[in-house]
Design a protein around this ligand. Structure first.
Ligand code: ADP
Ligand code: MG
Ligand code: ZN
Length: 629
């Protein structure tokens, strides 16, 4: 992959290790053999010291708190003898010394040799530096020393690598590819865009479940664009030392600006981009991440899109935790969904990986793609590899369909544990459920036009989804539109009832939302005839649109009952409408469900022509006319 890793850190690590060992030795020696650094002084009992004083043998003494060091009178021309003793509490001592004519003083300067002196001054700072270095080399993964603490550790991919990834290596995510192609195009020929006055987004955020190819896609952009590409993972900014992450961000952008035009890719953005002050219970524990995030925001604001062509790409699979400030215009204002591939996408991905193994002629990739809904690109790559391993284990020359079938079972078993893959029956239920939403939604269009139905599982919660697009920007909703929405939300569950005569847990989120909406109609919007235009709800919304709970105004028991009754009526009426619509269009429900089981996603013209065949049941038409009148 032609990665050039900057700043080899091995030399500074060596120095730090040597320092560390040296200071360790010094500490040891100094603690256990302190005399090595000064002249050893013989220790004598206190009584002997007193005797010597009394005998007039002591010339001078220095009296410390814990130690008395004294020198005997020179008997002959030999060197004077220095002794020491531990004092006991003795107030008479000064008097006694004076009487005997001993020269004495308090608090002696410690008598160390010159070596000890020098070492005493030099070693402690060295120890400090060594410990400092030790921690830095550890916190930096052992890669770099103190001076490069603030250096970004981005890998730089330079143009012209032979093993580079291109868009051809990525399949099944056409939408994302189109978006990014535009960016690559801009980097290659910025003049063309600038001539028209077009501005390219500064930040592009790739969002999608794990293993769908976000990182791969970013590498492909690097390979295609032919400009420098700085790649770093969000977690690499988060460091032990507060401020280091922010310094890294600054350094990264400085480097990038020098190399412009270029791309900065921040993988796993959620590691630094998590919502500030987001209630995870820690107070003050997130300083480092917050500083890093603030620095990133500042840097992104700092360069005008016009001058230095630095484009910031980022990837995350948890967009919901990102700080809203990151998503504002001028930052990551463009978000590209990199979703799990649909049938044709899976087939294309399989083709890429199948080309790398020797395939038996009778292998049918389309069939494999059909059997693997919910697989992400990484799962498919893994699948092909598993199949190849099986073939090799069975001493086959090439990978057969049977190998694939067995591999699918293995991979599915693994994924089912992570609840990401549906079995056949579940898939059917999801199909009818989603078509139920779509049919009711198309006949009761209060929530917008049905634009897409998908049974490709996304994330943990939604097994499939029906996308409704508002036909225009709406700020006010009428009562009948809200009722339409509730019916549409209940369409999924109604379909399960109509088709299977039973219901599953899959509709719980729908029910929740429908009930919430109905309750708001009654208690907040005053849309109930029984209860009148009163607001029964006290809850306020803050400016970010987050509700502060849902506390009801103090109401009497009867009113509370009436509210509950009214909410129930609204939901039940809507439910009945949904049931009527679906029973009336039973054949169409069947037809679309079969269709979607085959292709997994229906949208556009095809979806419209199918949904246009739906009819309102007679009695419902009359009813809704009276309501609208
Ligand atoms: P993400 O970053 O979205 O979690 P990656 O890009 O790391 O996923 O994907 C992991 C691997 O799975 C890739 O290296 C590639 O081999 C394979 N892969 C994933 N998605 C695709 C795709 N759309 N097309 C081809 N290969 C893919
Ligand atoms: Mg990734
Ligand atoms: Zn639903």
């Amino acid at each position: 992959m032609g990665v050039k890793n900057q700043a080899p850190g091995s030399r500074s690590r060596l120095i730090s290790n040597i320092l560390f060992i040296l200071s360790g030795i010094f500490l040891f020696v100094n603690l256990f053999f302190p005399q090595l650094f000064g002249k050893p002084i013989p220790q004598v009992p206190y009584s002997m010291f007193i005797d010597q004083v009394e005998d007039g043998n002591v010339a001078r003494a220095s009296v410390g708190q814990n130690e008395i060091i004294y020198e005997l009178k020179q008997v002959n021309q030999e060197e004077s003898q220095v002794l020491k003793t531990n004092p006991i509490f003795d107030l008479e001592l000064p008097k006694r010394l004076e009487e005997k004519g001993v020269e004495f003083a308090a608090a002696p300067p410690p008598k160390n040799g010159w070596l000890g002196n020098i070492l005493g001054w030099i070693i402690p700072p060295l120890i400090f530096v060594a410990i400092w270095q030790f921690f830095i080399s550890r916190s930096a993964g052992g890669a770099q020393g103190a001076l490069s603490l603030t250096k970004s550790r981005a890998k730089v991919y330079v143009d012209g690598d032979s093993t580079k990834v291109t868009f051809d290596d990525v399949a099944g995510v056409e939408e994302a590819k189109t978006e990014l192609t535009e960016i690559v195009d801009f980097l290659k020929t910025p003049e063309r865009y600038k001539a028209i006055g077009a501005r390219i987004p500064k930040g592009v955020l790739l969002v999608g479940p794990p293993g769908t190819g976000k990182t791969l896609m970013a590498k492909a952009v690097a390979g295609e664009a032919g400009v420098s590409f700085f790649s770093i993972s969000g977690s690499e900014f988060v460091e032990l030392f507060v401020g280091a992450g922010a310094a890294r961000v600054r350094d990264l952008f400085d480097q990038a600006k020098q190399k412009a035009p270029c791309i900065i890719f921040i993988d796993e953005l959620d590691a630094i981009g998590q919502s500030r002050g987001g209630g995870n219970g820690f107070v003050g524990g997130n300083d480092e991440r917050e500083q890093t995030l603030n620095q990133l925001l500042t840097e992104m604001d700092g360069f005008a899109a016009g001058d230095a062509t630095v484009i910031v790409l980022a990837a995350t699979n948890r967009p919901e935790v990102l700080d809203p400030a990151l998503l504002r215009p001028g930052r990551f204002d463009r978000q590209v969904l990199v979703d799990r591939p649909d049938l044709s996408g899976r087939k294309k991905i399989l083709e890429i990986y199948a080309a790398k193994v020797r395939l038996d002629v009778e292998v049918d990739l389309k069939q494999i793609a059909t059997r693997t809904p919910g697989f992400a690109g990484a799962d498919l790559a893994n699948l092909v590899n598993e199949a190849a391993l099986l073939a090799a284990r069975n001493n086959r020359e090439s990978v057969t369909q049977a190998d694939f079938n067995e591999a699918i079972e293995r991979v599915v078993a693994g994924l089912e544990k992570k609840s990401r893959v549906l079995n056949e029956k579940e898939k059917q239920i999801v199909a009818y459920h989603e078509v139920g939403h779509a049919l009711v939604g198309s006949l009761m269009p209060g929530g917008g036009k049905v634009a897409k139905i998908s049974i490709v599982p996304r994330g943990m919660a939604a097994l499939g989804y029906t996308l409704q697009m508002p036909t225009e920007d709406r700020f006010l909703m009428s009562e009948s539109e809200l009722k339409d929405q509730i019916a549409t939300m209940l369409g999924g569950r109604a379909a399960e009832e109509v088709v299977f005569n039973s219901i599953t847990t899959g509709a719980s989120n729908d029910l929740q939302r429908a009930t919430d909406l109905a309750e708001r109609m009654v208690t907040t919007y005053g849309m109930s005839e029984v209860l009148g235009p009163l607001a029964y709800e006290k809850g306020q919304q803050n400016f970010l649109g987050q509700g502060m709970g849902n506390p009801r105004r103090m109401v009497s028991d009867e009113t509370a009952k009436a509210i509950d009754q009214e909410v129930k009526d609204i939901v039940e009426t809507a439910h009945q409408q949904a049931l009527d619509i679906l029973s009336h269009n039973r054949d169409l429900l069947e037809q679309i469900a079969q269709e979607i089981l085959e292709v997994e996603v229906i949208e556009g013209e095809k979806l419209q022509s199918l949904l246009n065949q739906a009819e309102l049941p007679q009695q419902h038409t009359a009813e809704s006319e009276t309501v609208l009148a």
